[in-house]
Design a protein around this ligand. Structure first.
Ligand code: ADP
Ligand code: MG
Length: 596
Protein backbone atom coordinates (compact mmCIF):
# COMPACT_ATOMS: atom_id res chain seq x y z
CA UNK A 1 0.00 0.00 0.00
CA UNK A 2 1.69 3.10 -1.22
CA UNK A 3 0.91 6.53 0.07
CA UNK A 4 -1.97 8.11 -1.88
CA UNK A 5 0.35 10.98 -2.77
CA UNK A 6 3.16 8.72 -3.97
CA UNK A 7 2.68 9.50 -7.64
CA UNK A 8 2.62 13.28 -7.26
CA UNK A 9 5.87 14.68 -8.71
CA UNK A 10 6.04 17.32 -5.96
CA UNK A 11 5.61 14.81 -3.12
CA UNK A 12 8.82 14.14 -1.15
CA UNK A 13 7.62 11.64 1.44
CA UNK A 14 9.07 11.68 4.92
CA UNK A 15 11.54 14.57 4.74
CA UNK A 16 12.17 17.09 7.52
CA UNK A 17 11.35 20.79 7.43
CA UNK A 18 15.04 21.64 6.82
CA UNK A 19 15.19 19.27 3.86
CA UNK A 20 12.00 20.83 2.49
CA UNK A 21 13.55 24.30 2.80
CA UNK A 22 16.64 23.04 0.99
CA UNK A 23 14.63 21.67 -1.95
CA UNK A 24 12.68 24.93 -2.27
CA UNK A 25 15.91 26.94 -2.23
CA UNK A 26 17.32 24.71 -4.95
CA UNK A 27 14.05 25.29 -6.83
CA UNK A 28 14.72 29.03 -6.96
CA UNK A 29 12.46 30.43 -4.19
CA UNK A 30 10.02 31.87 -6.70
CA UNK A 31 6.68 33.05 -5.38
CA UNK A 32 4.18 30.20 -5.07
CA UNK A 33 6.78 27.43 -5.42
CA UNK A 34 5.50 24.52 -3.33
CA UNK A 35 6.04 20.92 -2.31
CA UNK A 36 4.18 18.31 -0.33
CA UNK A 37 5.67 16.08 2.34
CA UNK A 38 4.48 13.66 4.98
CA UNK A 39 3.69 15.03 8.40
CA UNK A 40 6.00 13.55 10.97
CA UNK A 41 3.47 13.87 13.74
CA UNK A 42 0.12 12.59 12.59
CA UNK A 43 -0.75 9.32 10.96
CA UNK A 44 -1.81 10.10 7.44
CA UNK A 45 -1.19 13.85 7.65
CA UNK A 46 0.88 15.97 5.26
CA UNK A 47 2.64 19.32 5.24
CA UNK A 48 2.43 21.81 2.40
CA UNK A 49 5.56 23.95 2.15
CA UNK A 50 5.15 27.17 0.12
CA UNK A 51 7.45 30.03 -0.83
CA UNK A 52 6.15 33.60 -0.56
CA UNK A 53 8.23 36.76 -0.53
CA UNK A 54 11.41 34.71 -0.16
CA UNK A 55 10.05 33.15 3.02
CA UNK A 56 8.94 29.56 3.42
CA UNK A 57 5.60 28.74 5.04
CA UNK A 58 4.68 25.27 6.28
CA UNK A 59 1.01 24.34 6.51
CA UNK A 60 0.11 21.08 8.24
CA UNK A 61 -2.64 19.14 6.48
CA UNK A 62 -4.59 17.00 8.90
CA UNK A 63 -6.40 13.86 7.97
CA UNK A 64 -9.79 14.19 9.64
CA UNK A 65 -11.91 11.51 11.20
CA UNK A 66 -14.20 11.28 8.18
CA UNK A 67 -11.19 10.63 5.94
CA UNK A 68 -10.99 14.07 4.34
CA UNK A 69 -7.97 16.38 4.41
CA UNK A 70 -7.81 19.99 5.49
CA UNK A 71 -5.42 22.75 6.50
CA UNK A 72 -6.54 23.99 9.92
CA UNK A 73 -9.49 26.34 9.42
CA UNK A 74 -9.66 25.61 5.69
CA UNK A 75 -11.99 23.64 3.46
CA UNK A 76 -11.98 19.82 3.43
CA UNK A 77 -10.81 17.89 0.40
CA UNK A 78 -11.00 14.24 -0.46
CA UNK A 79 -7.25 13.84 -0.96
CA UNK A 80 -3.92 15.71 -0.80
CA UNK A 81 -3.91 16.06 -4.59
CA UNK A 82 -7.35 17.68 -4.64
CA UNK A 83 -6.30 19.96 -1.81
CA UNK A 84 -3.22 21.18 -3.68
CA UNK A 85 -5.27 21.68 -6.80
CA UNK A 86 -7.75 23.79 -4.85
CA UNK A 87 -5.05 26.06 -3.42
CA UNK A 88 -3.51 26.46 -6.84
CA UNK A 89 -6.71 28.25 -7.85
CA UNK A 90 -7.43 30.15 -4.65
CA UNK A 91 -5.09 31.16 -1.82
CA UNK A 92 -8.05 31.02 0.60
CA UNK A 93 -6.02 31.93 3.68
CA UNK A 94 -2.57 30.75 2.56
CA UNK A 95 0.15 33.34 2.09
CA UNK A 96 -0.25 32.97 -1.68
CA UNK A 97 -1.67 30.61 -4.30
CA UNK A 98 0.33 27.55 -5.26
CA UNK A 99 1.94 28.55 -8.54
CA UNK A 100 4.68 26.13 -9.38
CA UNK A 101 5.25 22.63 -8.09
CA UNK A 102 8.80 22.05 -6.89
CA UNK A 103 9.40 18.82 -8.81
CA UNK A 104 11.56 16.09 -7.29
CA UNK A 105 14.99 16.01 -8.92
CA UNK A 106 15.53 13.08 -11.29
CA UNK A 107 16.27 9.89 -9.38
CA UNK A 108 14.78 11.14 -6.09
CA UNK A 109 11.89 8.98 -4.89
CA UNK A 110 9.54 10.02 -2.07
CA UNK A 111 11.40 9.17 1.12
CA UNK A 112 9.77 6.26 2.94
CA UNK A 113 8.68 6.85 6.53
CA UNK A 114 10.18 4.90 9.40
CA UNK A 115 7.23 2.60 9.34
CA UNK A 116 7.00 2.11 5.58
CA UNK A 117 10.03 -0.05 5.24
CA UNK A 118 8.99 -2.56 7.84
CA UNK A 119 5.27 -2.44 7.19
CA UNK A 120 4.80 -5.27 4.72
CA UNK A 121 6.84 -7.65 6.76
CA UNK A 122 5.14 -6.61 9.96
CA UNK A 123 1.65 -7.05 8.54
CA UNK A 124 2.39 -10.60 7.49
CA UNK A 125 4.17 -11.58 10.68
CA UNK A 126 1.54 -9.93 12.81
CA UNK A 127 -1.33 -11.81 11.13
CA UNK A 128 0.64 -15.05 11.16
CA UNK A 129 1.38 -14.88 14.85
CA UNK A 130 -1.83 -13.36 16.14
CA UNK A 131 -4.19 -15.71 14.37
CA UNK A 132 -1.94 -18.60 13.54
CA UNK A 133 -2.61 -18.34 9.84
CA UNK A 134 -0.67 -19.77 6.91
CA UNK A 135 -0.78 -19.84 3.13
CA UNK A 136 -3.84 -18.57 1.27
CA UNK A 137 -5.80 -17.88 4.41
CA UNK A 138 -3.01 -15.63 5.61
CA UNK A 139 -2.88 -13.79 2.28
CA UNK A 140 -6.65 -13.28 2.27
CA UNK A 141 -6.55 -11.97 5.81
CA UNK A 142 -4.00 -9.39 4.74
CA UNK A 143 -5.90 -8.41 1.59
CA UNK A 144 -9.17 -7.97 3.41
CA UNK A 145 -7.86 -6.27 6.53
CA UNK A 146 -4.63 -4.44 5.62
CA UNK A 147 -5.89 -1.01 6.72
CA UNK A 148 -7.04 -2.32 10.10
CA UNK A 149 -3.90 -4.33 10.68
CA UNK A 150 -1.83 -1.34 9.79
CA UNK A 151 -3.59 0.86 12.33
CA UNK A 152 -3.25 -1.81 14.98
CA UNK A 153 0.43 -2.22 14.37
CA UNK A 154 1.00 1.52 14.17
CA UNK A 155 -0.48 2.06 17.60
CA UNK A 156 1.38 -0.80 19.27
CA UNK A 157 4.63 -0.79 17.30
CA UNK A 158 6.59 0.98 20.05
CA UNK A 159 6.30 -2.15 22.17
CA UNK A 160 8.80 -3.86 19.93
CA UNK A 161 11.22 -1.00 19.51
CA UNK A 162 14.64 -1.37 21.08
CA UNK A 163 14.24 1.97 22.90
CA UNK A 164 11.05 0.88 24.65
CA UNK A 165 11.73 -0.39 28.16
CA UNK A 166 8.15 -1.13 29.30
CA UNK A 167 7.35 -0.34 32.92
CA UNK A 168 10.64 0.33 34.67
CA UNK A 169 11.07 2.87 37.48
CA UNK A 170 12.85 6.21 37.04
CA UNK A 171 15.86 4.95 39.00
CA UNK A 172 16.18 1.89 36.82
CA UNK A 173 15.91 4.09 33.73
CA UNK A 174 18.80 6.22 34.99
CA UNK A 175 20.85 3.13 35.78
CA UNK A 176 20.37 1.90 32.22
CA UNK A 177 21.19 5.30 30.69
CA UNK A 178 24.39 5.61 32.73
CA UNK A 179 25.61 2.13 31.92
CA UNK A 180 28.16 2.15 29.10
CA UNK A 181 28.83 5.24 26.99
CA UNK A 182 26.94 8.40 27.94
CA UNK A 183 26.61 10.51 24.80
CA UNK A 184 24.26 13.51 24.64
CA UNK A 185 20.84 12.51 23.39
CA UNK A 186 20.94 8.90 24.61
CA UNK A 187 17.31 8.06 25.32
CA UNK A 188 14.71 5.49 26.26
CA UNK A 189 10.96 5.37 26.69
CA UNK A 190 9.18 3.76 29.59
CA UNK A 191 5.69 3.30 30.87
CA UNK A 192 4.68 5.16 34.03
CA UNK A 193 2.53 3.73 36.81
CA UNK A 194 -0.32 6.08 35.98
CA UNK A 195 -2.33 4.34 33.29
CA UNK A 196 -1.82 5.64 29.77
CA UNK A 197 1.18 7.82 30.58
CA UNK A 198 4.76 7.30 29.53
CA UNK A 199 8.08 8.97 30.16
CA UNK A 200 10.98 9.88 27.95
CA UNK A 201 14.30 9.63 29.80
CA UNK A 202 17.42 11.05 28.23
CA UNK A 203 20.98 12.10 28.91
CA UNK A 204 22.47 15.49 28.21
CA UNK A 205 25.78 16.67 29.64
CA UNK A 206 25.87 13.43 31.63
CA UNK A 207 22.68 14.45 33.42
CA UNK A 208 19.44 12.47 33.17
CA UNK A 209 16.26 14.32 32.17
CA UNK A 210 12.76 12.89 32.39
CA UNK A 211 9.76 14.11 30.42
CA UNK A 212 6.24 12.98 31.02
CA UNK A 213 4.26 11.91 27.94
CA UNK A 214 0.53 12.20 28.22
CA UNK A 215 -2.34 10.85 26.20
CA UNK A 216 -5.07 13.41 25.64
CA UNK A 217 -8.76 12.79 25.12
CA UNK A 218 -8.45 12.62 21.36
CA UNK A 219 -5.89 9.82 21.70
CA UNK A 220 -2.80 11.91 20.92
CA UNK A 221 0.51 11.71 22.74
CA UNK A 222 2.50 14.76 23.79
CA UNK A 223 5.11 16.06 26.17
CA UNK A 224 3.23 18.85 28.06
CA UNK A 225 3.10 21.93 25.78
CA UNK A 226 4.85 20.03 23.00
CA UNK A 227 3.54 18.82 19.65
CA UNK A 228 0.93 16.10 19.56
CA UNK A 229 1.44 12.72 17.93
CA UNK A 230 -0.76 9.80 16.97
CA UNK A 231 1.73 7.22 18.15
CA UNK A 232 4.69 7.00 20.49
CA UNK A 233 7.10 5.93 17.81
CA UNK A 234 6.21 9.02 15.78
CA UNK A 235 6.96 11.17 18.80
CA UNK A 236 10.37 9.52 19.03
CA UNK A 237 11.03 9.82 15.29
CA UNK A 238 10.10 13.49 15.45
CA UNK A 239 12.29 14.25 18.45
CA UNK A 240 15.17 12.66 16.60
CA UNK A 241 14.83 15.48 14.09
CA UNK A 242 13.80 18.34 16.33
CA UNK A 243 14.28 19.01 20.04
CA UNK A 244 10.71 20.19 20.39
CA UNK A 245 10.44 21.00 24.12
CA UNK A 246 13.21 18.65 25.26
CA UNK A 247 16.82 19.48 26.07
CA UNK A 248 18.29 18.11 22.85
CA UNK A 249 17.36 15.97 19.86
CA UNK A 250 17.29 12.24 20.50
CA UNK A 251 20.45 10.64 19.19
CA UNK A 252 21.25 7.17 20.40
CA UNK A 253 18.71 4.65 21.60
CA UNK A 254 19.49 3.06 24.94
CA UNK A 255 18.61 -0.51 24.08
CA UNK A 256 16.32 -2.50 26.28
CA UNK A 257 18.33 -5.56 27.34
CA UNK A 258 15.22 -7.74 27.22
CA UNK A 259 14.22 -6.48 23.78
CA UNK A 260 15.92 -8.01 20.77
CA UNK A 261 17.25 -5.09 18.74
CA UNK A 262 15.09 -6.12 15.80
CA UNK A 263 12.23 -3.72 15.20
CA UNK A 264 10.69 -6.02 12.64
CA UNK A 265 9.08 -8.40 15.05
CA UNK A 266 5.42 -7.57 15.40
CA UNK A 267 3.86 -6.57 18.66
CA UNK A 268 1.80 -9.34 20.13
CA UNK A 269 -1.69 -8.64 21.25
CA UNK A 270 -3.43 -11.15 23.43
CA UNK A 271 -5.27 -13.38 20.99
CA UNK A 272 -8.86 -12.51 21.64
CA UNK A 273 -10.58 -14.98 19.40
CA UNK A 274 -12.43 -16.44 22.35
CA UNK A 275 -13.91 -13.22 23.65
CA UNK A 276 -14.84 -12.10 20.18
CA UNK A 277 -16.71 -15.30 19.48
CA UNK A 278 -19.04 -14.64 22.33
CA UNK A 279 -19.57 -11.12 21.03
CA UNK A 280 -20.01 -12.34 17.51
CA UNK A 281 -22.64 -14.80 18.58
CA UNK A 282 -25.10 -12.17 19.67
CA UNK A 283 -28.42 -13.37 18.34
CA UNK A 284 -28.29 -10.94 15.46
CA UNK A 285 -24.55 -10.74 14.94
CA UNK A 286 -24.50 -7.05 15.73
CA UNK A 287 -22.16 -5.68 18.32
CA UNK A 288 -21.74 -2.00 18.96
CA UNK A 289 -18.18 -0.91 18.18
CA UNK A 290 -16.23 -1.28 21.42
CA UNK A 291 -14.97 2.12 22.54
CA UNK A 292 -11.23 2.37 22.73
CA UNK A 293 -10.80 -1.32 22.10
CA UNK A 294 -9.84 -2.74 18.82
CA UNK A 295 -12.72 -3.79 16.70
CA UNK A 296 -13.56 -7.30 15.58
CA UNK A 297 -11.70 -8.58 12.56
CA UNK A 298 -12.84 -11.55 10.48
CA UNK A 299 -9.78 -13.48 11.62
CA UNK A 300 -11.05 -13.35 15.20
CA UNK A 301 -14.00 -15.57 14.31
CA UNK A 302 -13.45 -19.28 14.67
CA UNK A 303 -15.02 -19.83 11.25
CA UNK A 304 -12.26 -17.85 9.54
CA UNK A 305 -10.33 -21.08 9.07
CA UNK A 306 -11.85 -24.44 8.21
CA UNK A 307 -12.73 -26.57 11.23
CA UNK A 308 -10.81 -29.26 9.41
CA UNK A 309 -7.61 -27.25 9.46
CA UNK A 310 -6.77 -29.10 12.66
CA UNK A 311 -5.00 -32.32 11.61
CA UNK A 312 -6.78 -34.30 14.36
CA UNK A 313 -10.19 -33.24 13.10
CA UNK A 314 -9.15 -33.71 9.50
CA UNK A 315 -8.70 -37.43 10.16
CA UNK A 316 -12.46 -37.73 10.63
CA UNK A 317 -13.39 -35.71 7.59
CA UNK A 318 -15.97 -37.50 5.48
CA UNK A 319 -18.95 -36.33 3.49
CA UNK A 320 -21.38 -38.16 5.80
CA UNK A 321 -21.49 -37.12 9.44
CA UNK A 322 -22.53 -39.26 12.38
CA UNK A 323 -25.93 -38.34 13.75
CA UNK A 324 -24.77 -38.69 17.37
CA UNK A 325 -22.27 -35.89 16.87
CA UNK A 326 -25.00 -33.50 15.86
CA UNK A 327 -27.20 -31.61 18.31
CA UNK A 328 -30.16 -29.95 16.64
CA UNK A 329 -31.79 -26.96 18.24
CA UNK A 330 -35.43 -26.13 17.71
CA UNK A 331 -34.52 -22.58 16.66
CA UNK A 332 -35.20 -21.99 12.99
CA UNK A 333 -32.77 -19.68 11.25
CA UNK A 334 -34.63 -19.52 7.99
CA UNK A 335 -36.64 -21.52 5.53
CA UNK A 336 -36.96 -22.15 1.83
CA UNK A 337 -38.32 -24.40 -0.83
CA UNK A 338 -36.50 -27.45 0.49
CA UNK A 339 -37.49 -27.12 4.16
CA UNK A 340 -35.92 -25.16 6.94
CA UNK A 341 -32.54 -24.20 8.33
CA UNK A 342 -31.98 -24.97 12.00
CA UNK A 343 -29.37 -24.03 14.52
CA UNK A 344 -27.18 -26.72 16.04
CA UNK A 345 -23.85 -27.83 17.41
CA UNK A 346 -21.50 -30.32 15.83
CA UNK A 347 -19.07 -32.18 18.06
CA UNK A 348 -15.69 -32.83 16.55
CA UNK A 349 -12.72 -34.55 18.13
CA UNK A 350 -11.10 -31.41 19.43
CA UNK A 351 -13.82 -28.81 19.30
CA UNK A 352 -17.51 -28.15 19.13
CA UNK A 353 -18.72 -25.81 16.48
CA UNK A 354 -21.91 -23.87 15.96
CA UNK A 355 -23.64 -25.01 12.82
CA UNK A 356 -26.60 -24.23 10.60
CA UNK A 357 -28.44 -27.29 9.37
CA UNK A 358 -30.46 -27.31 6.18
CA UNK A 359 -33.15 -29.93 6.81
CA UNK A 360 -35.01 -31.44 3.89
CA UNK A 361 -38.70 -31.42 4.76
CA UNK A 362 -39.91 -34.00 2.32
CA UNK A 363 -37.43 -36.84 1.94
CA UNK A 364 -39.77 -38.64 -0.40
CA UNK A 365 -39.33 -36.09 -3.08
CA UNK A 366 -36.44 -37.56 -5.00
CA UNK A 367 -35.58 -34.44 -6.98
CA UNK A 368 -35.24 -32.29 -3.84
CA UNK A 369 -32.97 -34.88 -2.30
CA UNK A 370 -30.81 -34.96 -5.39
CA UNK A 371 -30.62 -31.20 -5.43
CA UNK A 372 -29.51 -31.01 -1.83
CA UNK A 373 -26.87 -33.68 -2.45
CA UNK A 374 -25.61 -31.73 -5.45
CA UNK A 375 -25.39 -28.61 -3.32
CA UNK A 376 -23.42 -30.58 -0.72
CA UNK A 377 -21.03 -32.07 -3.26
CA UNK A 378 -20.45 -28.64 -4.70
CA UNK A 379 -19.79 -27.03 -1.33
CA UNK A 380 -17.38 -29.79 -0.41
CA UNK A 381 -14.96 -28.49 -3.01
CA UNK A 382 -14.81 -24.98 -1.57
CA UNK A 383 -12.58 -23.64 1.16
CA UNK A 384 -12.37 -19.89 1.56
CA UNK A 385 -12.81 -17.58 4.56
CA UNK A 386 -15.47 -15.58 2.68
CA UNK A 387 -17.60 -18.56 1.70
CA UNK A 388 -19.83 -20.53 4.07
CA UNK A 389 -18.16 -23.90 4.49
CA UNK A 390 -20.02 -27.13 4.55
CA UNK A 391 -19.16 -29.46 7.42
CA UNK A 392 -20.87 -32.49 5.89
CA UNK A 393 -24.18 -34.23 5.23
CA UNK A 394 -26.19 -36.23 7.72
CA UNK A 395 -28.73 -38.82 6.68
CA UNK A 396 -30.95 -39.49 9.67
CA UNK A 397 -34.56 -38.57 10.39
CA UNK A 398 -34.18 -36.32 7.34
CA UNK A 399 -31.42 -35.56 4.91
CA UNK A 400 -29.46 -32.66 6.41
CA UNK A 401 -26.74 -30.39 5.12
CA UNK A 402 -24.54 -29.13 7.93
CA UNK A 403 -22.76 -25.81 7.47
CA UNK A 404 -20.78 -23.28 9.42
CA UNK A 405 -23.00 -20.92 11.31
CA UNK A 406 -23.29 -17.29 10.22
CA UNK A 407 -25.35 -15.88 13.06
CA UNK A 408 -25.80 -12.39 11.64
CA UNK A 409 -28.12 -13.76 8.95
CA UNK A 410 -28.68 -12.44 5.42
CA UNK A 411 -27.06 -9.13 4.46
CA UNK A 412 -30.25 -7.48 3.19
CA UNK A 413 -32.14 -8.11 6.42
CA UNK A 414 -29.18 -7.15 8.55
CA UNK A 415 -28.75 -3.83 6.78
CA UNK A 416 -32.42 -2.91 6.69
CA UNK A 417 -32.77 -3.49 10.42
CA UNK A 418 -29.53 -1.70 11.33
CA UNK A 419 -29.63 1.17 8.87
CA UNK A 420 -28.70 3.79 11.45
CA UNK A 421 -25.87 1.83 13.04
CA UNK A 422 -23.96 0.74 9.95
CA UNK A 423 -21.72 3.17 8.09
CA UNK A 424 -21.24 3.24 4.33
CA UNK A 425 -17.57 2.33 4.94
CA UNK A 426 -18.75 -0.78 6.76
CA UNK A 427 -20.90 -1.69 3.72
CA UNK A 428 -17.88 -1.25 1.44
CA UNK A 429 -15.83 -3.51 3.71
CA UNK A 430 -18.44 -6.29 3.55
CA UNK A 431 -18.85 -6.00 -0.22
CA UNK A 432 -15.09 -6.20 -0.63
CA UNK A 433 -15.16 -9.48 1.25
CA UNK A 434 -17.90 -10.77 -1.03
CA UNK A 435 -15.72 -9.85 -4.00
CA UNK A 436 -12.82 -11.84 -2.48
CA UNK A 437 -15.06 -14.90 -2.16
CA UNK A 438 -16.34 -14.45 -5.73
CA UNK A 439 -12.83 -14.04 -7.06
CA UNK A 440 -12.01 -17.37 -5.47
CA UNK A 441 -14.99 -18.99 -7.22
CA UNK A 442 -13.93 -17.42 -10.53
CA UNK A 443 -10.36 -18.67 -10.13
CA UNK A 444 -11.67 -22.16 -9.54
CA UNK A 445 -14.12 -22.10 -12.46
CA UNK A 446 -17.28 -22.20 -10.43
CA UNK A 447 -20.36 -20.14 -11.15
CA UNK A 448 -22.64 -19.26 -8.27
CA UNK A 449 -25.77 -18.31 -10.23
CA UNK A 450 -27.65 -17.00 -7.21
CA UNK A 451 -25.50 -14.21 -5.84
CA UNK A 452 -27.77 -11.72 -4.07
CA UNK A 453 -27.77 -9.90 -0.75
CA UNK A 454 -30.14 -12.56 0.65
CA UNK A 455 -27.43 -15.16 0.01
CA UNK A 456 -24.62 -13.23 1.66
CA UNK A 457 -24.65 -14.17 5.34
CA UNK A 458 -22.94 -12.32 8.14
CA UNK A 459 -20.79 -13.84 10.82
CA UNK A 460 -20.71 -10.41 12.42
CA UNK A 461 -20.90 -6.80 11.40
CA UNK A 462 -17.46 -6.91 9.83
CA UNK A 463 -17.48 -10.38 8.34
CA UNK A 464 -19.50 -11.62 5.38
CA UNK A 465 -19.67 -15.03 3.73
CA UNK A 466 -21.26 -16.11 0.47
CA UNK A 467 -23.80 -18.89 0.83
CA UNK A 468 -26.58 -20.81 -0.93
CA UNK A 469 -24.97 -22.93 -3.60
CA UNK A 470 -28.27 -24.50 -4.66
CA UNK A 471 -27.89 -23.33 -8.26
CA UNK A 472 -24.08 -23.37 -8.49
CA UNK A 473 -22.14 -25.23 -11.16
CA UNK A 474 -18.59 -26.14 -12.03
CA UNK A 475 -17.60 -25.05 -15.52
CA UNK A 476 -16.02 -27.79 -17.65
CA UNK A 477 -12.29 -27.50 -18.34
CA UNK A 478 -12.85 -26.56 -22.00
CA UNK A 479 -15.76 -24.21 -21.47
CA UNK A 480 -16.01 -20.65 -20.39
CA UNK A 481 -19.61 -20.91 -19.30
CA UNK A 482 -22.33 -23.27 -18.14
CA UNK A 483 -25.34 -23.67 -20.38
CA UNK A 484 -28.61 -24.41 -18.59
CA UNK A 485 -30.76 -26.91 -20.43
CA UNK A 486 -34.00 -25.22 -19.52
CA UNK A 487 -34.92 -22.00 -17.84
CA UNK A 488 -36.08 -22.62 -14.29
CA UNK A 489 -37.25 -20.69 -11.29
CA UNK A 490 -34.65 -18.04 -11.75
CA UNK A 491 -33.80 -14.87 -9.84
CA UNK A 492 -34.30 -12.87 -13.05
CA UNK A 493 -33.71 -9.47 -11.45
CA UNK A 494 -30.15 -10.54 -10.60
CA UNK A 495 -29.42 -12.11 -13.98
CA UNK A 496 -27.33 -10.74 -16.82
CA UNK A 497 -28.90 -10.49 -20.30
CA UNK A 498 -27.00 -13.52 -21.65
CA UNK A 499 -28.45 -15.70 -18.87
CA UNK A 500 -31.98 -14.77 -19.83
CA UNK A 501 -31.46 -14.77 -23.60
CA UNK A 502 -29.07 -17.69 -24.07
CA UNK A 503 -29.10 -19.54 -20.71
CA UNK A 504 -25.38 -18.86 -20.62
CA UNK A 505 -23.77 -18.64 -17.17
CA UNK A 506 -20.18 -17.54 -16.55
CA UNK A 507 -18.33 -15.66 -13.82
CA UNK A 508 -19.14 -12.56 -15.84
CA UNK A 509 -22.81 -13.27 -15.22
CA UNK A 510 -22.03 -13.51 -11.49
CA UNK A 511 -20.39 -10.09 -11.83
CA UNK A 512 -23.71 -8.68 -13.03
CA UNK A 513 -25.38 -10.19 -9.94
CA UNK A 514 -22.63 -8.70 -7.80
CA UNK A 515 -23.61 -5.28 -9.15
CA UNK A 516 -27.20 -5.86 -8.07
CA UNK A 517 -25.95 -7.09 -4.68
CA UNK A 518 -23.94 -3.88 -4.33
CA UNK A 519 -27.08 -1.90 -5.08
CA UNK A 520 -29.01 -3.85 -2.44
CA UNK A 521 -26.28 -3.18 0.09
CA UNK A 522 -25.99 0.55 -0.58
CA UNK A 523 -29.77 0.92 -0.31
CA UNK A 524 -29.52 -0.89 3.03
CA UNK A 525 -31.54 -3.86 1.91
CA UNK A 526 -34.12 -2.52 -0.50
CA UNK A 527 -35.58 -4.72 -3.22
CA UNK A 528 -34.18 -3.98 -6.68
CA UNK A 529 -36.61 -2.86 -9.42
CA UNK A 530 -39.28 -2.78 -6.77
CA UNK A 531 -42.31 -1.96 -8.82
CA UNK A 532 -41.42 -4.10 -11.83
CA UNK A 533 -42.16 -7.72 -12.59
CA UNK A 534 -39.44 -10.05 -13.93
CA UNK A 535 -40.28 -9.70 -17.66
CA UNK A 536 -40.54 -5.92 -17.29
CA UNK A 537 -37.04 -5.82 -15.84
CA UNK A 538 -35.75 -7.83 -18.82
CA UNK A 539 -37.21 -5.30 -21.28
CA UNK A 540 -35.97 -2.40 -19.15
CA UNK A 541 -32.39 -3.76 -19.24
CA UNK A 542 -32.55 -4.50 -22.99
CA UNK A 543 -33.54 -0.89 -23.55
CA UNK A 544 -30.48 0.28 -21.66
CA UNK A 545 -32.19 0.98 -18.34
CA UNK A 546 -30.27 0.35 -15.10
CA UNK A 547 -30.91 0.69 -11.38
CA UNK A 548 -30.38 4.19 -10.06
CA UNK A 549 -27.56 5.28 -7.80
CA UNK A 550 -28.68 4.71 -4.20
CA UNK A 551 -28.70 8.03 -2.31
CA UNK A 552 -25.84 7.07 0.01
CA UNK A 553 -23.76 5.26 -2.56
CA UNK A 554 -20.31 6.81 -3.17
CA UNK A 555 -19.61 7.74 -6.81
CA UNK A 556 -16.75 5.27 -7.11
CA UNK A 557 -19.03 2.43 -6.05
CA UNK A 558 -21.79 3.55 -8.39
CA UNK A 559 -19.29 3.53 -11.25
CA UNK A 560 -18.24 0.00 -10.41
CA UNK A 561 -21.87 -1.11 -10.20
CA UNK A 562 -22.47 0.28 -13.67
CA UNK A 563 -19.43 -1.55 -14.99
CA UNK A 564 -20.89 -4.76 -13.58
CA UNK A 565 -23.96 -4.04 -15.68
CA UNK A 566 -22.09 -3.84 -18.97
CA UNK A 567 -24.47 -5.37 -21.48
CA UNK A 568 -21.99 -7.53 -23.40
CA UNK A 569 -20.44 -10.11 -21.13
CA UNK A 570 -17.12 -10.00 -23.00
CA UNK A 571 -16.76 -6.32 -22.20
CA UNK A 572 -17.77 -6.75 -18.56
CA UNK A 573 -14.96 -6.90 -15.94
CA UNK A 574 -14.27 -10.21 -14.19
CA UNK A 575 -13.97 -10.64 -10.42
CA UNK A 576 -10.23 -10.21 -10.55
CA UNK A 577 -10.82 -6.64 -11.66
CA UNK A 578 -13.88 -6.11 -9.50
CA UNK A 579 -12.09 -7.26 -6.36
CA UNK A 580 -9.13 -5.07 -7.15
CA UNK A 581 -11.37 -2.01 -7.60
CA UNK A 582 -13.26 -2.80 -4.39
CA UNK A 583 -9.97 -3.24 -2.59
CA UNK A 584 -8.53 0.04 -3.81
CA UNK A 585 -11.60 1.95 -2.80
CA UNK A 586 -11.87 0.20 0.54
CA UNK A 587 -8.22 0.90 1.35
CA UNK A 588 -8.64 4.48 0.24
CA UNK A 589 -11.48 5.17 2.64
CA UNK A 590 -10.11 3.30 5.63
CA UNK A 591 -6.45 3.89 5.15
CA UNK A 592 -4.71 6.12 7.55
CA UNK A 593 -1.34 5.71 5.93
CA UNK A 594 0.86 4.69 8.83
CA UNK A 595 3.79 6.73 7.70
CA UNK A 596 5.68 9.44 9.46
P1 ADP B 1 -32.59 -21.18 -0.15
O1 ADP B 1 -32.00 -22.03 -1.19
O2 ADP B 1 -33.97 -21.58 0.24
O3 ADP B 1 -32.50 -19.73 -0.46
P2 ADP B 1 -30.48 -20.70 1.81
O4 ADP B 1 -29.27 -21.56 1.76
O5 ADP B 1 -30.34 -19.35 1.24
O6 ADP B 1 -31.69 -21.47 1.15
O7 ADP B 1 -30.95 -20.59 3.33
C1 ADP B 1 -32.19 -19.99 3.72
C2 ADP B 1 -32.04 -19.17 4.98
O8 ADP B 1 -31.53 -19.96 6.06
C3 ADP B 1 -31.05 -18.04 4.84
O9 ADP B 1 -31.65 -16.90 4.30
C4 ADP B 1 -30.59 -17.82 6.28
O10 ADP B 1 -31.52 -17.05 6.99
C5 ADP B 1 -30.60 -19.23 6.85
N1 ADP B 1 -29.26 -19.82 6.71
C6 ADP B 1 -28.82 -20.59 5.72
N2 ADP B 1 -27.55 -20.97 5.90
C7 ADP B 1 -27.16 -20.43 7.06
C8 ADP B 1 -25.94 -20.43 7.82
N3 ADP B 1 -24.85 -21.09 7.40
N4 ADP B 1 -25.89 -19.75 8.98
C9 ADP B 1 -26.97 -19.07 9.40
N5 ADP B 1 -28.14 -19.02 8.75
C10 ADP B 1 -28.26 -19.69 7.60
MG1 MG C 1 -31.16 -18.28 -0.40
Amino acid sequence: MRDVAFNLPFFYGSISRCEADEYLRMGGMTDGLFLLRLCLRSLGGYVLSVVHDLKIYHYPIERQLNGTYAIAGGKSHCGPEELCEYYSRDADGLSCVLRKPCIRPAGVEPKPGAFDTIREHMLREYARQTWNLEGDTLEQAIISQAPQLQKLIATTAHEKMAWYHASIAREEAERRLYSGAQPDGKYLLRQRKEAGTYALSMLYGKTAYHYRIELDKSGKFSIPDGSKFDTLWQLVEYLKLKSDGVISVLREACNNPSQPADPVRPPTLPPNRQSVISLACNPDGYTPEPMGERRILPMDASSYVSPYSDPEDLKDKKLYLKRECLLIDEVELGSGNFGCVKKGVYKMRKQQIDVAIKVLKNDNEKSLKEELMKEAEFMQKLDNPYIVRMIGVCQAEHLMLVMEMASGGPLNKFLSSKKDQISVDNVVELLHQVSIGMRYLEENNFVHRDLAARNVLLVNQHYAKISDFGLSKAIGADDSYYKARTAGKWPVKWYAPECINFRKFSSKADVWSFGVTMWEAFTFGQKPYKKMKGPEVVTFIEQGGRLERPPECPDEMHELMQECWTYKCDDRPGFEQVESKMRNYYYQITQKPATV
